[in-house]
Ligand binder design. Structure first.
Ligand code: PEP
Ligand code: MG
Length: 656
């Protein structure tokens, strides 16, 4: 018995929708197959289903054979036609890829001189601060296949050993999912891995090899490599990311066969310095951040996800050490200077004394700043200066509030888009923005609309190959060309606006027409929502000033925008024609250069004359040496990494 239908599942059958479809299929006794373009697979394997690559609007046939075939077809075809009916809980609950993601800008790097660097290994200054302490090397061991051939009589016991290892891994993942204090994003990662660990595709491949006489460990390594390869060969970025997940599951099963477990970051002693080649999102999401004294990595740079998390939590970090990190594997004690980007393995007495002194100074500064955390800084004339936080995820709310953030001056929504295997739905975005607004009320929250470009890929959006991605199809340019992506975000913002004081700002503006076009689209969205009977609120619409064009056209833009926020990270690179990611032109990439300061002043003047608010959300907003000048120019809002907030409040309150 079979039926065909056009698939209406948004973005097709991968990740959560595939898991849901398989769960539904497994609820029936019948054998069930799904066919697309002449290729059939079991509907009870999510890996096979994902590899079939069913996209939205594809035609598929579902065939069921068994006592409950009618009911099975009814349910499965019903799901494909209308996925929102029936079993959907959170249709688009975040499913997180285990990839590293980041869009944060650089922390200013203060290179040390050669002489100063004696006894140090240098890397990239990714998060400021100094630390000295016990080294905690995190180098998960490589697992190698020894391709041992089994005697025929050994095969049944080897199969048994393999099944026990698989069951062990499945049970551990099951137990982790039941843990109460698991963040939603981590739950997504573990649930996705657990599905793969229970899927027949990977396990059949491995048991087939064992039956053929190969030892279980080699079979598992071979099977996961083969299945991962299939995922990486598909022309779909969502599914390519599954290759890493398959390898991660394969590794866990191999470790269980060896009677081992990966090093557990939970066991990290208080204040220890974490040293690793790289720390994946999966490990870092579960790391006890409060215990980490500093982070040292071979991979990564000031823009990697490790750097952002470190900065947000005030953990000193030196990244990008390259091969030199291998020399640190057996180190017992290490000193880390996150401000200068260098580390000293087994520091001598002079270095230790210097570090201890700097740590004491930092502690004293932190204590002195404590009094400023909750204060509301004002200019001499009584104008309140809002010192707000730059955030990229809901998980950072607590840290920002603890630092005394007066709202959010920049919520980088691209992280929502980059860390999921699919575009976040309107509902999921609404929930996220509403949660932010509720957390910071009555302070305002400025949400920036999607700012991605050719150099920052997002699953589900195809970018053209560009010679100059920073001058290309990014930010507002891409959004206005892709209403299918932009409208759900604008609708979500309108819906969330009822929950607090929302402001929305547009990135990469270079022409007032872009603001007008966005306003028209917002009106279309508002009318749609009203027609659908959905509640929607109001928000102010502002623009980022981060292109020279926006500076020169600031007066015209001020007629269209309710506020300006100066993005000094991009503004500096565009004014100075110096790529912000290119270390060889880092010297030119200086916000305090008279050219950039003049651009900031022009912007502030245009805003003040037009009577609109002007703030700053680039890294320069936290520069102790420039804050006074910015306030003097007329800026009334500064938004920065949470860790910088107390110091900025102090500086502002001391201004004459
Ligand atoms: C900026 O350009 O200053 C800014 C805040 O945006 P981003 O760093 O995300 O480009
Ligand atoms: Mg920018």
């Amino acid at each position: 018995m079979e039926r065909s239908t056009i698939v209406r599942v948004h973005e097709g059958l991968h990740a959560r929708p595939a898991t849901r479809f398989v769960k539904l299929a497994k609820g029936f006794e019948s054998d069930i197959e799904i066919t697309k373009a002449g290729k059939s697979v079991s509907a009870k394997s999510s890996v096979k289903l994902m590899l079939l690559g069913v996209k939205e609007n594809d035609t598929v046939t579902v065939r069921a054979d068994g006592a409950d075939a009618i009911e099975a077809l009814e349910a499965l075809i019903g799901y494909l036609k209308n996925p929102l009916s029936g079993l959907e809980d959170h249709a688009d609950a975040p499913v997180v890829s285990a990839e590293a993601i980041s869009v944060e800008s650089k922390t200013p790097v203060m290179p040390a001189t050669e002489q100063e660097n004696a006894g140090f290994i240098t890397g990239i200054a990714a998060s400021e601060g100094v630390a000295i302490g016990v080294a905690y090397p995190f180098f998960p061991p490589e697992i190698a296949a020894d391709n041992r051939m089994l005697k025929p009589e050994e095969i049944p016991a080897e199969l048994q050993r393999f099944h026990e290892a698989v069951t062990h891994v499945q049970q551990r993942m099951e137990a982790e999912l039941k843990t109460d204090n698991l963040a939603e994003s981590d739950r997504g990662i573990i649930a996705a891995l657990k599905d793969i660990a229970a899927d027949e595709t990977l396990l059949d491949e491995a048991t087939g090899l064992i039956r053929g006489g190969l030892d279980a460990l080699s079979a598992m390594l071979g099977a996961s490599a083969a299945v991962a390869r299939q995922f990486s060969e598909i022309d779909d970025p969502y599914l390519n990311a599954r290759a890493d997940d398959v390898q991660a599951v394969g590794r866990q099963i191999c470790l269980a066969l060896l009677g081992q477990q990966d090093i557990n970051l939970e066991a990290l002693p208080d204040g220890a310095i974490l040293i690793a080649e790289d720390i994946g999102a999966w490990d870092f999401a579960r790391a006890p951040l409060k215990k980490i004294g500093a982070i040292v990595c071979g991979h990564g740079g000031a823009t990697s996800h490790v750097a952002i998390i470190a900065r947000t939590h005030g953990i000193p970090a030196v990244l990008g050490l390259g091969k030199a990190v291998q020399q640190l594997k057996d180190v017992k004690k290490i000193a880390v200077d996150g401000s200068k980007g260098r580390v000293a393995p087994e520091p001598d007495e002079a270095i230790s004394a210097d570090f201890h002194q700097r740590i004491e100074e930092a502690k004293a500064e932190k204590q002195a700043l404590e009094a400023y955390r909750t204060m509301i800084p004002q200019r001499a004339d009584g104008t309140v200066i809002e010192v707000a936080a730059n955030l990229g995820a809901l998980e950072e709310i607590e840290v920002a509030q603890a630092a005394g953030a007066m709202g959010v001056g920049l919520f980088r929504t691209e992280l929502l888009f980059m860390k999921h295997m699919h575009l976040p739905s309107e509902d999921m975005q609404t929930e996220t923005y509403a949660a932010l607004l509720k957390a910071f009320a009555p302070y305002p929250v400025i949400v920036r609309t999607l700012d991605i470009g050719g150099d920052k890929p997002v699953a589900g959006i195809e970018f053209p190959q560009e010679d100059n991605p920073f001058l290309g199809w990014r930010g507002i340019r891409m959004c206005l060309d892709r209403p299918d992506i932009f409208k759900p975000q604008l609708r979500a913002l309108l819906r969330a606006a009822v929950h607090g004081k929302l402001k929305v700002m547009l990135p990469m503006i270079s022409d007032a027409g872009e603001v007008r076009a966005t306003k028209e689209l917002i009106e279309v969205c508002r009318q749609e929502l009203i027609g659908e009977g959905k509640a929607c609120g109001e928000f102010e619409l502002g623009v980022m000033i981060e292109t020279p064009a926006a500076v020169f056209a600031a007066r015209q833009l001020a007629q269209e925008a309710a506020f300006f926020s100066i993005g000094t990270n991009d503004l500096t690179q565009y004014v100075m024609a110096a790529d912000r990611l290119n270390p060889t032109v880092a010297k030119l990439n200086d916000v305090s250069h008279p050219a950039v300061m003049a651009a900031i002043e022009m912007t502030a003047k245009a805003a003040t004359e037009a009577g609109i608010m002007v703030g700053m959300c680039g890294e320069a907003a936290a520069r102790p040496d420039l804050i006074a000048e910015f306030i003097h120019m007329g800026l009334t809002e500064l938004s920065m990494s949470p860790a910088s907030i107390p110091r900025a409040k102090k500086l502002i309150s001391e201004l004459k």
